[in-house]
Write a protein that binds this ligand. Structure first.
Ligand SMILES: *[C@@H]1O[C@H](CO)[C@@H](O)[C@H](O)[C@H]1NC(C)=O
Ligand SMILES: *[C@@H]1O[C@H](CO)[C@@H](O)[C@H](O)[C@H]1NC(C)=O
Ligand SMILES: *[C@@H]1O[C@H](CO)[C@@H](O)[C@H](O)[C@H]1NC(C)=O
Ligand SMILES: [Zn+2]
Length: 539
């Protein structure tokens, strides 16, 4: 497979040169903005010239989040033009794909990844090309990555990520982390929302000394997010207590990967989750909790939702299907690949998270794809605190979830579409352009054969890592075809991807989560029964 990508790469680099030549000679496309990014509504000529074909997907079961039917899907120039039974089109230059007995679904959208991110003295091994290749081979056609500011500077961080993403092979959007607070940061948040299509900001309550924010900053951030209609996101762990827990393990002489799990138990995740939820309630803003890993944190979210608060909980695949016994594995390479934060928990947490996902308490699934290879993981050979945190999942998410949730009867195919694609598109305000198979939606489509099976292995995956946390996992359901923006990019186990063909998707503020916030603000103000008019000071 690597060879296939490589030959495509050579071809793509050639095309890229050609395109550069063309644009240098004056025929630049209007739809390429001054930033070099394509806007959300730009035409099909944005990006590389690609051999767009007209595609007719015949006879499959077309699945949307609220409906499924046997129908044909007709695609032209990267957009879905028609969805209905028995579409008839003149058969010149049309690629017909038979999907009889298979599911035709919106491509997956992964809300949580870290491609080409500098972290813990190294950088994640998958960049915006290898990460996208992996994603597309696994049926994911869009993701939202986290821009990390440079020394707190949002603009500098955005510029850097724009550059990293210039080799994108599928559509992507950005969240942005907030790591310090001053007037410039506050002002730049507005610029990011208004000019750059960012509608969510992440606050790390852990990673003391690098990314961590205190309550003071979190409160400022929540207020600012609310005023911009941008969704605040939190990595919820008590970072001060994590340091205490780490010191405790080192003092006890526990320096291996198991020390990672022992140093940051579920109570620290639950505490920070509860704190963030309560502060968001105090500010009256929606909140998104990334990588919910424990029953304890999930129950805080369930409680808040039951009380009517707008809290979105995002489990990740590793937390749903793995358990922490791997961290006790005698082989360091094996054990260390499972190190991520918050940690993968004891057996039982995953089951509770899957149950919460099946009932809607948790709403959508990410991966936190943040991959380091075994050489990088070995930085922490003598000290678990130095093991770069992160696991893979971008390529495996769709398959593992299908197997764990649909094959086991926990959810139906429509719920599957909702948790892997539609809900993400709604929360980040790009529905129904993304997350649906409807007339006018982007042609990001997968065909899944429920009778075929998948198998995960580091020897066949498309990530650049030499390890895989789902090594050896097999299951039913296989993505046989991936269509990205109207191009067949994955078929017969062969990838056909081009660096530079992915587009930046701008995401507007004020998603449905903000509907009615103004009314509840007004209700709050009118409930204060203050100020009280008092007679002048007592004599
Ligand atoms: C999968 O199996 C089911 C049940 O046996 C059958 O109805 C369906 O047509 C099969 N689909 C494919 C693509 O083989
Ligand atoms: C942030 O970075 C941008 C781009 O590199 C630069 O123009 C700007 O001056 C920086 N802002 C601050 C406050 O340093
Ligand atoms: C891991 O990645 C680094 C940096 O790209 C590379 O030097 C190293 O050889 C890789 N290790 C393995 C086992 O692939
Ligand atoms: Zn993350």
């Amino acid at each position: 497979m690597a060879e296939v990508i490589q030959s495509k790469l050579v071809w793509a680099v050639y095309l890229l040169h050609l395109l550069l030549l063309i644009s240098i000679h004056g025929s630049t496309s209007d739809s390429i903005s001054s930033e070099g990014f394509c806007a959300v509504n730009s035409g099909s000529d944005c990006g590389l010239p690609s051999p767009y074909t007209k595609i007719l997907i015949k006879g499959g079961t077309v699945v949307n989040a609220h409906h499924k039917e046997v129908a044909d899907v007709y695609i032209e120039d990267g957009v879905i033009l028609s969805v209905r039974p028995n579409i008839r089109v003149p058969d010149e230059n049309i690629r017909v794909i038979d999907a009889t007995g298979k599911y035709v679904m919106p491509g997956g959208i992964d809300p949580h990844t870290h491609l080409d991110m500098e972290f813990m003295g190294t950088a994640t091994i998958d960049d915006f090309f290898t990460g996208h290749a992996a994603a597309l081979a696994g049926g994911t056609t869009m993701h939202i990555d986290f821009v990390i500011p440079i020394n707190g500077n949002l603009t500098a961080g955005f510029e850097a990520y724009k550059h990293k993403a210039s080799k994108a092979a599928m559509d992507y959007g950005f969240h942005m982390a907030i790591t310090k607070w001053d007037e410039d940061v506050s002002k730049d948040m507005g610029v990011m929302v208004r000019d750059h299509g960012i509608n969510s900001f992440k606050f790390f309550m852990a990673y003391k000394g690098t990314l961590m924010v205190n309550d003071d900053l979190l409160l400022e951030g929540l207020k600012k997010c609310k005023s911009l209609g941008a969704l605040p996101m939190v990595h919820a762990e008590n970072g001060d207590a994590v340091v205490e827990g780490q010191n405790r393990m080192i003092d006890l002489g526990i320096t291996g990967p198991e020390g990672h799990a022992l140093s940051r138990p579920p109570v620290l995740e639950a505490e920070a989750t509860a704190r963030a939820i309560r502060l968001a309630a105090f500010i009256n803003t929606p909140l998104y909790v990334v990588h919910v890993m424990s029953t304890d944190a999930m129950e805080e979210i369930a409680k808040a939702k039951k009380a009517g608060q707008r809290v979105v909980g995002e489990p990740v695949v590793s937390g749903l299907v793995l358990d922490d016994s791997w961290l006790w594995h005698p082989d360091f390479t094996t054990a260390s690949k499972y190190v991520m934060s918050p940690p993968i928990r004891e057996l039982g947490h995953g089951q509770a998270l899957r149950a919460a996902l099946s009932t809607g308490t948790l709403q959508l699934v990410g991966t936190d794809h943040c991959t380091f290879n075994s050489t990088q993981k070995a930085f922490g050979l003598d000290d678990f605190r130095k093991i770069p945190n992160g696991v893979n999942g971008l390529e495996e998410r769709m398959h593992v979830l299908w197997d764990a949730m649909v094959e086991t009867g926990k959810i139906n195919v429509m719920d599957y579409v909702r948790i892997t694609s539609t809900e993400c598109a709604r929360i980040f305000n790009i529905y129904p352009k993304k997350g649906a198979i409807l007339e006018g939606s982007d042609a990001d489509v997968i065909i899944l054969n429920p009778n075929a099976s998948f198998e995960v292995s580091a020897t066949s995956h498309h990530s650049r890592s030499d390890t895989n946390v789902y090594e050896g996992r097999t299951g039913k359901g296989k993505v046989e075809v991936t269509v990205s923006r109207g191009r067949v990019v994955w078929e017969n186990d062969v990838l056909n991807v081009m660096p530079g063909s992915g587009k930046y998707i701008k995401m507007p503020p004020f998603s449905y989560l903000f509907d009615g916030i103004d009314k509840s603000n007004a209700a709050y103000l009118s409930s204060l029964r203050a100020p009280v008019k008092r007679s002048s000071a007592a004599s």
